[in-house]
Design a protein around this ligand. Structure first.
Ligand code: SF4
Ligand code: SF4
Length: 124
């Protein structure tokens, strides 16, 4: 398998800014264990029922995207619970490429600015 063609360390975290980050019961259990909380406490602290999902990740304000996952470090632009992250985060972006990273790289080349943050139309 070829190595990934994207570098999360160079990305502002598009995939963590989705309006819906859906969790399942096992994800909430993992978060509870990680934080030494009961299931009920973790469910209350980290999730809410929305977008038709029983456990949607809570989000917080973010200067770049408006809102982002509550576990995202908005200064360092990375996940703070990498080992305990939900299944949906583990499986993203799937293959060897990330569409967001391709988009970012293209825009950075076009702007001739390695730090340029290209924005999408994500709602906040
Ligand atoms: S959008 Fe792609 S490159 Fe950016 S953090 Fe997510 S997986 Fe990594
Ligand atoms: S748990 Fe981590 S990887 Fe998943 S959306 Fe939140 S900050 Fe991103």
């Amino acid at each position: 398998m070829s190595p990934p063609q994207y570098k999360c360390q160079k990305c502002p975290g598009y995939c963590c800014s989705y309006p819906l980050i859906p969790l399942d019961k096992r994800d909430v259990e993992r978060l509870a264990r990680h934080h030494k909380l009961s299931f009920a406490e973790a469910k209350q602290a980290f999730t809410k029922e929305e977008h038709g999902r029983k456990y949607a990740m809570r989000r917080k304000k973010d200067p770049v995207f408006g809102k982002i996952c509550r576990f995202f470090d908005i200064k360092k632009r990375c996940c703070t619970i990498y080992a305990a992250r939900p299944a949906v985060c583990r499986s993203f972006p799937g293959g060897g490429r990330c569409g967001y990273y391709d988009f970012l790289s293209f825009e950075r080349r076009a702007q001739e600015d390695e730090k340029f943050v290209a924005l999408t139309n994500h709602d906040a």
